[in-house]
Design a protein around this ligand. Sequence first.
Ligand SMILES: [Zn+2]
Length: 330
Amino acid sequence: MRGSDAPMALSSSNGSLYPVIVPTKSSLKSFNFYLYQTGDSLVLIDAGINSSSSWNALEEVLQENNFHIKDLTAILLTHHHVDHVGLINRITEDHPIPVFIHPEGIPRLRRNPDFMERRISFFETLYKEAGCGERGKEQISYLREAKEKNAGQAIEADLQPIREKEEIFGLQVIETPGHAPDQVAFYDHVSDRLFAGDLLISHISSNALIEPDTSGNRPQSLLEHMASYNKTLTLDSPLVLPGHGEFIKDHHSLVRKREKEIAEKANQLRLLIQNGTRTADALARTFYAKRYNEQFPLVMSEIIGHLDYLETNGHIYTFKKDGILLYDLT
Ligand SMILES: [Zn+2]
């Protein structure tokens, strides 16, 4: 299945690009990944979700352009999330090619048991300090079950680390953490295109998710996400090829819009704090109402991220009482 608005192929002197667009009924609209041919190499940038429609879409785009799975040279990943790595095991099972990813993504793709355990402890402390009580404990039980249940989904392929400023298949690696600690964008400076993963999505705001880094520390993901936005503003006006939804032609104005939304949400939280709501959990329940239970980890990421933003901008300060973090206006 190909989205009717997706171009069949985009060519430039640097290489040819064949988008694979897999529509979804979810709010993401589509899972996008990209076949990119440069010189003798045929590279897959991201690998979709693990579904037959993803696989069929990839096969269809390969066939239409007289390629075969065995022609693939490598897979480049913008980040480790399941909707970007889904077809890797299926592709590399019979056709072992290297998979390039930022080092922060490697233990996550491997589902390294030590790392996964550290990650659960990280969230246990995070939710405890945020005052999440029983709902936090429920989430920790879920994470423990998921760790066992999903162990078989580990990526077995040959994983190769890529870092800031490296060039790979003519593409410049730009670290863009925030949505995920391992997120990178790939910049094709010849044709001025940016494969940006989930840094920017045109129809919805991409969330900065709280995650431990591989050392177990908590990066301030929303602030990192915003710094990553800024990094892309140093590029003139590339065509942004996102992991979901439509291609983005004017990313400068989309970044400004997203920054404004963040400032507005932070201001609403500041008012709640002013009115006496003191913990991240209480703020989350008040601000998100029904969504608090339904989307607990996402909601907590949003609240904690915006609290980081308010604190960094000098609007609030935090102190600990009985093991729980409390917030007040400066
Ligand atoms: Zn995604």
